[in-house]
Design a protein around this ligand. Structure first.
Ligand SMILES: Nc1nc2c(c(=O)[nH]1)N[C@H]1C(S)=C(S)[C@@H](COP(=O)(O)OP(=O)(O)OC[C@H]3O[C@@H](n4cnc5c(N)ncnc54)[C@H](O)[C@@H]3O)O[C@H]1N2
Ligand code: MOO
Length: 643
């Protein structure tokens, strides 16, 4: 039986929804405790205050290798009048950490004594009382408080606890989560043979992401097997979980308004739905419910929605249960590279790449779709655009929450411009030899790259802009669009551009001239991209009208997405690089060999990071890997084409 379509209850703001959740489940103190050994307590939270059972040191101990003496016996010793001491009577050989012999109260370092013979030594300076002795209780005094309750045990703490004679501690039990992935399209990665994966099937990943996030903040999780969109089965699983020892139940997927979205129905049937729908994006359809006094959350199925929902709702709940403060992300001021519109009335979590260009940190937005997991794996930070704001202005700094340390952001080479697969190889080669360096590239087409240089928001741009007058690349565009910016042009590669067609070229496409055929659906690149300029140039050369090409107005932003359009059958042909065709086992009809250069502003050219990048481009390893892609020539790679 299909469910009635869910209609969201009145949507709550993120703030309201969090308040509802935390008020209803003030779980603090309700978790039971368990006793664990001290080494096993690392990462756990103390349930009780811990006091030292013994002092440390537990006796007066020598702090240096040497001789133990009674300080008073050494007074008056000097270089001019050294003092002689009898071993075994006035002086006792001792090593660091040994118990101080009775009737001694100072240690003289071995290098400060003259050995006269087996029984006699000489000193040339007096010792003061308690010199080089670690007194009993100097570090820890028995009965003193080592750590209060709710203290998070770190590896350092293990040292203090064991030294203080504490070998086991009582810690808060880890909150136990059950994560139930739901969706008839989902398949288990363990049982999946990639060659058998059918269209419509999706490898289940969210439960592991959520589980690992839960573990990282001190909880433990059990993963339920995947449930198909069967309301009875989901209800049964949630009911069973509510009656067992789970502290928090997450139903993943099926949270929104589809005909097979059952999370809300199940929660309402078994308990109470407190919130359905939060004015945030990603994560809008989130459900907060209560069954048998337990929090049950309907987590939206899109991967980024699931992550943001976890971080905004589940993690704080776990932290509260453990008596820990919420994890507050570090923030830094950033400048968006362009205007970014956002929907009024929704708090958006915009994922951004960050890099320090000049004296500011620039933020490049990543794809905004909640289904794009790479929009969060690639992100260095998140800009939160509040409900009442319609978007970001390009010149106005805003704060970004950091997902990586600021030091990594500062060591990021920001590349904006045309897309080429060799940039990935460059990023990998750089990282292999310089682990602190990162390349962040955004693909906005060659013209977009030049504009980014003009606005000073990148370190370099990849460009392949053909001058249709004289056949040169990039130089005339730089003169025209960057008249006031001094740049260097360094060749990255020469590459084959051509028509990407289905395997076996079933439509027998021979070249650009065939694109006007009625039976051919074309997929174009966006205006301003070098590939688009190349196409328009060839069309003019051939006297063809772009209006005669079916699909001319359909645009993609990268070579790979053009290739994907052909692979999926949405298009019969698209202009792109050989490497993209090869990667997807498609056929390729060469059209032209073109020059792909790096445009580097002079102000960055001499920086250490760019120097390392240029050295990397010139290595044999880089060139070999580029050649292995096919369709590339590295003859001029790394040479300065124009100053
Ligand atoms: N008519 C409407 N449609 C949708 C709305 C809406 O308000 N009205 N909301 C959209 C938003 S926003 C989101 S977010 C999604 C979330 O919906 P569900 O929670 O019902 O998620 P599903 O439809 O089950 O899945 C969405 C998507 O994610 C994939 N998925 C699901 N679970 C997993 C998993 N465990 N591992 C990996 N991937 C998973 C699933 O295959 C789908 O592709 O709804 C919009 N629709
Ligand atoms: O909330 Mo959904 O997560 O916007 O895509």
């Amino acid at each position: 039986m299909k469910s009635k379509r869910n209609v969201y209850l009145k949507m709550k703001t993120l703030k309201q929804a969090r308040e509802i959740l935390f008020e209803r489940f003030s779980m603090f103190g309700t978790l039971s405790n368990e006793r664990v050994s001290v080494p096993d307590a690392v990462g756990r939270v103390l349930a009780e205050p811990v006091t030292a059972k013994i002092s440390a040191p537990n006796f007066h101990a020598a702090a240096m290798d040497g001789i133990a003496v009674k300080a008073e016996n050494t007074f008056g010793a000097s270089e001019a009048r050294p003092k002689e001491l009898i071993v075994g009577r006035d002086a006792f050989y001792i090593n660091t950490g040994n118990v101080i012999p009775e009737n001694t109260n100072a240690v003289i370092m071995i290098e400060h004594i003259n050995v006269l013979d087996e029984n006699r030594i000489e000193i040339e300076a007096p010792a003061f009382p308690w010199q080089y002795i670690r007194k009993m209780g100097e570090d820890i005094v028995a009965t003193e408080l080592l750590f209060p309750q709710n203290h998070l045990v770190t590896p350092y703490c293990v040292g203090a606890l064991l030294s203080g004679g504490v070998f086991t501690v009582s810690v808060r039990k880890k909150p136990k989560l059950l994560i139930i992935p739901t969706g008839s399209e989902l398949v288990e990665w363990r049982d999946t043979k990639l060659e058998n994966l059918k269209p419509g099937q999706v490898v289940e990943s969210n439960s592991f992401v959520l589980g690992k996030l839960a573990e990282a903040c001190g909880a433990t999780y059990i993963r339920h097997e995947i449930l198909t969109d069967n309301v009875e089965k989901i209800r049964q699983a949630v009911d069973d979980a509510a009656h067992s020892d789970f502290d928090i139940i997450l139903i993943d997927g099926g949270s929104s308004a589809g005909s097979e979205d059952y999370s809300k129905q199940v929660i309402s049937d078994l308990g109470e739905t407190l919130v359905h729908g939060v004015t945030m994006m990603p994560g809008k359809p989130l459900i907060i419910g209560e069954i048998k006094n337990k929090p049950v959350l309907g987590i939206p199925g899109y991967p980024v929605s699931a992550i943001i929902s976890f971080e905004q709702f589940v993690r704080p709940l776990i932290c509260r249960a453990l008596g820990q403060p919420d994890i507050e992300p570090q923030k830094t001021e950033v400048q968006p590279i362009r205007k970014i519109a956002s929907k009024l009335g929704v708090e958006e979590f915009l994922r951004v790449k960050l890099g320090k260009v000049g004296d500011r940190v620039v933020a490049t937005p990543l794809p905004r779709g909640s289904g794009s997991i790479t929009s969060i794996t690639e992100a260095d930070g998140i800009i939160r655009i509040p409900n009442h704001v319609e978007g970001l202005k390009d010149k106005e700094p805003v704060f970004a929450e950091l997902l990586r340390p600021l030091s990594s952001v500062q060591n990021t080479i920001v590349v904006v411009g045309s897309h080429d697969n060799t940039l990935d190889i460059l990023a990998d080669e750089l990282k292999a030899k310089h682990s602190n360096l990162k390349v962040s590239s955004s693909h906005v087409g060659s013209m977009g790259g030049l504009m980014a240089i003009k606005r000073g928001v990148c370190h370099l741009a990849g460009s392949h802009l053909l001058d249709t007058e004289d056949g040169s690349y990039n130089i005339s565009y730089i003169r025209r669009y960057l008249p006031d910016t001094k740049v260097k042009l360094v060749n990255l590669v020469f590459r084959d551009q051509g028509l990407i067609v289905s395997p076996g070229n079933p439509k027998n496409i021979r070249g650009i001239e065939d694109l006007g055929r009625e039976d051919i659906m074309f997929i174009n690149r966006q205006a301003g991209s070098g590939t688009r300029i190349l196409l328009d140039y060839r069309l003019r050369q051939l006297g063809m009208d772009s209006g005669s090409i079916t699909g001319y107005e359909n645009e993609e932003f990268t070579h790979m997405s053009v290739a994907v359009s052909v692979l999926s059958g949405m298009a019969d042909a698209g202009l792109g690089i050989y490497a993209a065709a090869k990667a997807l086992h498609l056929d390729f009809i060469p059209v032209v060999t073109e020059q792909y250069d790096l445009v580097i502003p002079q102000e960055h050219f001499d920086s250490d990071n760019i120097r390392i990048l240029l050295e990397t481009i010139n290595t044999g390893e880089f060139k070999k890997r580029v050649q292995a892609l096919g369709g590339y020539s590295t003859e001029k790679t790394g040479t300065v084409v124009s100053d």
